[in-house]
Design a protein around this ligand. Sequence first.
Ligand SMILES: NC(=O)c1ccc[n+]([C@@H]2O[C@H](COP(=O)([O-])OP(=O)(O)OC[C@H]3O[C@@H](n4cnc5c(N)ncnc54)[C@H](OP(=O)(O)O)[C@@H]3O)[C@@H](O)[C@H]2O)c1
Length: 330
Amino acid sequence: MYLADENRYQNMTYNRVGNSGLRLSALSLGLWHNFGTVDPLANQKAVLEAAFDHGITHFDLANNYGPVAGAAEENFGRILHQELAAYRDEMVISTKAGFYMWPGPYGEWGSKKSLVASLDQSLRRMNLDYVDIFYSHRPDPDTPFEETAAALDLLVRQGKALYIGISNYSAEQTAAIIPIFKRLGTPFIIHQVCYNMFTRGPEDGLFDVLAQNKLGAITFSPLSQGLLTDRYLNGIPADSRAARSSSPFLNPDNVEKTLGKVRALNAIAANRNQSMAAMALAWILRQPTVASVLIGASRVSQLEANLKVLDNLSFTKDELAAIDAVLAEK
Ligand SMILES: NC(=O)c1ccc[n+]([C@@H]2O[C@H](COP(=O)([O-])OP(=O)(O)OC[C@H]3O[C@@H](n4cnc5c(N)ncnc54)[C@H](OP(=O)(O)O)[C@@H]3O)[C@@H](O)[C@H]2O)c1
């Protein structure tokens, strides 16, 4: 039976999400990859336990994470109840609905019909009474924001979610849904958004909207799925995300196109006595609205390497300028 490290809270930083009462570990663990039916359960358990032992309290899922869709929630639920059940109140567990999950008109997007059914399915798969955060995974162009927000609000009032988040909404869409949540009194506190050295869109308005409304951000794919690490500096390993057919979102082409910049960034990181990955994570945490950075890890050693970000979170102006110069290169 797993017993958590008693020193687990000593080295982690916890940041408030906007002006809510919820604090998240500066690093959170996402289960998009590495927790499907194709991934060994013993490794999944090792990664989850190592994360918790190091003070990571937040675990992020979605209805469709796998493969197969739903498998990550099932695997997480199994490990939670077998090993980590005693620590449920020390954990923030999130899930989402919005991307394709089941056939027919109700298996995706943001209608009340879809969101309510999907959270019920997620709770069953994880064998939980409630999740801590429930997200609308993407905006639905065919459902009024009033309906999506009211469905999320209902789920809080039913006790199935404590807080609400949105993901992949633009700055404009976020600004449009905020007053609806305010009117309903929904505990909408967080936006989950893609942000990393290669994807800087949120700097063009979204971070401002969140700051003005005292909301928090959690950023996904902080390492650009592994590109912003030393993973590909000497070729494409057979067990890497870029090589695996079960991970269609990263391919050798992406590696080839970014390698020059990654080498230059790696040199800047080396001058800071930091790994490329740790520098990429610190660079995100410099944003005041970012409460947590949502990493993925295929093994415990990656998780431990990424935790080293906490040793050096600050940047000089020169370092930031040098990073900007590399990123601006054609
Ligand atoms: N809301 C959304 O729409 C959305 C979309 C995407 C992701 N997310 C969330 O964000 C989470 C993280 O996304 P992500 O997995 O793309 O994040 P990421 O941290 O950018 O990439 C993780 C991958 O990078 C590699 N890696 C990590 N640390 C490394 C290290 N120190 N050295 C070398 N390689 C390293 C591993 O790939 P290998 O397999 O090659 O080892 C790992 O699986 C997801 O699990 C999910 O919860 C949300």
